[in-house]
Every structure is written in C-alpha cells, then in structure tokens.
Design a protein around this ligand. Structure first.
Ligand code: G3H
Ligand code: ZN
Length: 283
C-alpha cells in the first residue's frame, strides 16, 4: 500500500541516507522503478508532475502506483511533484496520493508560507505528507521553467523560518542544482544545506539530482539531504536504449521490442541511485 513520506524520511535523516524520488512517466517507468526497489529492498517515492498526470490520467497513475507498490513489497509514497495549487494537491489526495509537494517558490516569501500552510493543514488532517520549496531551481521540468539567471539560492534564515511556520515533512531548498542535464558541473552550496538542516527536523530535498557527481551526492546526504529527485537520468537511459535499437533495426515495429530494453535501462539507473543514496536494504 502507499504510505506518506513520514514513514521513512525521519529514519533516513537520522541514519544518514536519502530516499529517491523517481518520476513516473509511463507504464515502463512505473514497472522499472518498482522492480529496482524490489531487488534493492529500498523504499522509494513515485514523483508525478502535473504534466505526467495529464499524460497518463490521474486514475491510471493511482492504479498503477498501487499495483507497483504491492509488487515491490517496500514502502512507497505516491507524491505530487511541483504541485502548483491547493486545488491540484487536494485533487491528488482525493484520488489516493499519499504525499504532495506544494511548490510556492515563485511567490513572495510570506505568501509561500501562507499557501504552504493551507496545504499542510488539509494534508496532515488525512495523513498525507507535504514537501515545500524555497528558492528557485534553474532549468526545465515539464511546466516548471526557470532561466539560470533567475534561479535564486535559498536564504538559510528564511528556510528555517519557513519550516518552523509550515512544519512541512520535507524541505526543498535551491542550493545550486538544476532540473534537466547540466551544461557544466553544478556548484552545490553545501554550507546552505548544513546551515538549514542542523536547525530543522525535516530532511532537505535535493531537486535536479540528475548529473550531480556521486561525491557531491554523498556529501549532501551526509549533511542532511534525505530525499533526492531523479528524472532526467532515467529518461536519458531509456531513450538511449530505444534509439540504439531503432537505429540498428529499422524493421522493428513491435513497441515491446524496444520499450522492454528501455525499461531495463531505467531499472539499472534507479538501482545505481538507490545504492548511491544508501537506501538499499532499508525497506
Ligand atoms: O522534481 C523532479 C526533479 O527535481 C528531477 O530533476 O530531471 O534533473 O533529475 P532531474
Ligand atoms: Zn524538481
């Protein structure tokens, strides 16, 4: 069954590992992530963006996630990724999501706090966990687009106050990562992670986990990052496998013949991340 992130995030922060949020884009992603978790004995979070929800349909998402969780046999949270409004968060909760993110990072600080608090109040009343965001993460992810120039790091004092007032279960702060693949190496502000993490109970969430060097991931987790989001790397692995097969076999027409290997490539990517994050064996 689906569980809120509070089932595993407090332990992750205490024991110094992070749980991966892997985005669910279609059936193959759903199956690949569940299979990886089963083999690694790792808890995980299915991230569903509003774009992915439009693509699959809300009821398909919930039904597939429930079956995948049963199949994986590990704690699984079904989480709205970058939710843009109270309404969309409530719609997801009513449909069966166990966790939601409210991304109010583009609102003025006080407004972000006020709106996030409303989501927390309604979600916590029905046992659903909440992630909030402060500072803006650069790059592109579905509906969320931020120019590098507009990407703003989170201010530690504000992040601490944000948490104290909202009591979100996971705190996403912009620390230098970006959505999508990097052009260069990301410069992660470990000092911001440390300053905020040491002062709040909730773990820090690292968005844009794709393309971040393993060493930076390990260091972040050691400083209090307890949730890491990965989407682009899984997409790249899948598409690379599919493209190679189609290039080499122009006569291939059965989608199962190329989507199967695409699914396998996603699974391997997710397994590697689970080991890197230290969540393997923690289910
Ligand atoms: O919210 C989702 C993530 O932040 C994914 O970022 O596509 O760069 O891995 P990514
Ligand atoms: Zn994100």
């Amino acid at each position: 069954s689906l569980v809120p992130m509070t089932e595993f995030l407090p332990r992750a922060k205490k024991e110094g590992f992070a749980v991966g949020q892997f985005n669910m884009n279609n059936l193959e992603f759903t199956q690949a992530i569940a299979a990886a978790a089963k083999e690694e004995r790792s808890p995980f979070i299915f991230g569903v963006s509003e774009g992915a929800m439009r693509y699959m349909g809300l009821d398909y998402v919930v039904a597939m996630a429930k079956i995948a969780a049963k199949e994986a046999g590990v704690p699984v949270a079904l989480h709205l990724d970058h939710g843009s409004s109270f309404e969309v968060a409530m719609k997801c909760i009513q449909a069966g999501f166990s966790s939601v993110m409210f991304d109010g990072s583009h609102y003025p600080f006080e407004e972000n706090i006020r709106l996030t608090k409303e989501v927390v109040k309604a979600a916590h009343a029905v046992g659903v966990s909440v992630e909030g965001e402060l500072g803006t993460i650069g790059g592109v992810e579905d509906d969320v687009q931020v120019d590098e120039a507009d990407a703003a790091l989170a201010n530690p004092e504000e992040a601490i106050r944000f948490w104290e007032e909202t009591k979100v279960d996971a705190m996403a702060i912009a620390v230098g990562t970006a959505h999508g693949m990097y052009k260069g190496e990301p410069k992660i502000r470990f000092d911001i992670i440390e300053a905020v993490s040491s002062k709040i109970d909730a773990p820090i969430v690292l968005h844009g986990g794709s393309g971040v060097p393993d060493e930076s991931i390990r260091k972040s987790v050691g400083l209090g990052v307890g949730k890491i989001n990965v989407n682009t790397e899984s997409q790249v692995a899948c598409t690379r496998a599919v493209r190679k097969l189609l290039d080499e076999n122009p006569e291939m027409i059965d989608p199962r013949k190329y989507l199967g290997p695409g699914r396998e490539a996603i699974k391997e990517t997710v397994k590697e991340k689970m080991r890197l994050f230290g969540s393997s064996g923690k289910a």
